[in-house]
Design a protein around this ligand. Structure first.
Ligand code: OFO
Length: 162
């Protein structure tokens, strides 16, 4: 396998695990505030990220590449509001979409067809990954924290993955 592509795919395991870490820290902050629904939403998100990491892990294993686990930085642990959490989430997902696009362009450049096909799943997935926080941001902008509408949204958010 092309060395640069293998290195970047290995790096993506780290990016996905780092995403899980970021979202789990957000879930903890939300749980501390007793926003159990939003916290549940974030926990589902974190689990999805470890599943994404696993897809890259398995792909590299299947191709006979050596896997190297890299360091994960300390995530943000304090937030100004629930809205800010989802804004950070959207920004982070846009960064991940950029990573997936980079991987896809690289796979195309070196004509690695299996990698191209594997990455197509992620290209589609990233549409959802950006849409989910974007929808939540729109809703949160319409309602103030502490209102009945806010607690309703918290409850609705908790239905994710159930
Ligand atoms: Fe794995 O897509 Fe979000 O980060």
């Amino acid at each position: 396998m092309d060395k640069k592509l293998a290195k970047e795919l290995n790096q993506q395991i780290n990016e996905e695990m780092a995403s899980a870490y970021i979202y789990q820290a957000m879930a903890a902050w939300l749980e501390n505030k007793n926003y159990e629904g939003f916290a549940g939403w974030m926990k589902v998100q974190a689990k999805e990220e470890t599943a994404h990491a696993d897809k890259f892990y398995k792909f590299l294993l299947d191709r006979g590449e050596k896997i190297e686990f890299l360091a994960i930085g300390k995530p943000e642990n304090d937030f100004a509001s629930v809205l800010e959490i989802f804004e950070i989430t959207l920004k982070h997902e846009k960064f991940i979409t950029g990573r997936i696009n980079l991987l896809s362009e690289l796979a195309e450049k070196v004509k690695d067809r299996p990698a191209e096909i594997m990455l197509q799943w992620f290209i589609t997935e990233q549409v959802e990954e950006e849409k989910n926080p974007a929808v939540m941001i729109e809703k949160l902008k319409l309602i103030k924290e502490g209102t009945g509408g806010f607690f309703y949204l918290d409850k609705e958010a908790g239905k994710r993955g159930k």
